[in-house]
Design a protein around this ligand. Sequence first.
Ligand code: NAP
Length: 362
Amino acid sequence: GVLGSGDFARSLAVRLVRSGFRVVVGSRNPKRKASLFPAAAEVTFQAEAAKKADVIFVAVFREHYSTLCDLADVLVGKILVDVSNNTEINHHKESNAEYLASLFPACTVVKAFNVISAWTLQSGARDGNKQVLICSNNQEAKRTIAEIAQVMGFIPVDMGCMSSACEIENIPLRLLPAWKIPIFLALGLFLCFFTYNLIRQVIHPYIREQKNKLYKIPIEVVNTTLPCVSYVMLSLVYLPGVLAACSQLYYGTKYRRFPDWLDQWLQHRKQIGLLSFFCAALHAVYSLCLPMRRSHRYLLIETAVKQAMEKKMTIWVEEEVWRMEIYISVGIIALGLLSLLAITSLPSIANSLNWREFSFIQ
Ligand code: NAP
């Protein structure tokens, strides 16, 4: 059974029908909503649907749970699946699922499916997040919902008892929590190096020789800043490991907890490394684009004209040529190696390597 006829209810009904379940939908206005559901699903009034089904998905917002209280008698002994999400982290004191359980004490409430979007339900489990996090105080009910999720093509993940509902409801609202510190770190470093390069490449020539080099800001200054950030970030990936080893040697044990700052730092190494790779990749693109700039063409023509006026036949400087060839080839190899590090740190690749292979590559 599905209570509600909104986006989520429709997608859920479609997937349940495709997975071979008999579905009855409860709506306040079944006549108007029936055409939105697959023909195999029965669309009827809420009370009728609640009577017919043993497992009922409550695809209604928390704010409207109290309007379902009239159904309390027909819902006695049934499993209610709370699929709801909030608009803010820890918005209410108690989780939506606990609130639903308090409204319907004669029902068994299971929290599930809230991390799956209506779109994922529609397009099938192959296209999107596959895990369905489930929690409930009733093991039997949890098993029933896990089986349904499995038949629908999802991977049920047991998150324990109802007290985990709040944590599960916060998951769709999280905004890359592990990336916050590394991103601020990268931005801070970028700002420092950018200011330094701006002074060196734009402000200093202006003060000393009155030369206007403002045109360098969008590409050249950014391009000299990116590798600096990338190198420092890369060293910050390996530095905490060295500090941790030093601390273990100093205390003569590996069973002593690291200080919190070092622990946090160690946990953010992957994100710091990926941002280092991102800066290096951007640097490569910027560098490839350098000759495309109009300023570059003007300077090139200017040099050619000067050379013609001075009647110079060649400006080939062997040492400069070699320096640039080696510089670029080492840069390409460095980017290749950094790509390898970045790729092997992705969970799907890292999980296919054993610990020895992973640490060998790192
Ligand atoms: P929706 O499109 O606004 O649908 C909500 C449905 O609630 C309405 O169609 C309505 O159906 C029903 N309803 C029952 N009593 C109501 C009342 N008193 N006032 C207003 N509506 C009432 O919302 P939705 O996107 O399907 O979301 C439904 C639930 O699923 C929410 O708790 C949401 O957090 C959760 N969810 C949604 C998604 C998603 O991708 N959309 C993903 C995860 C979880 P009738 O008019 O037929 O009664």
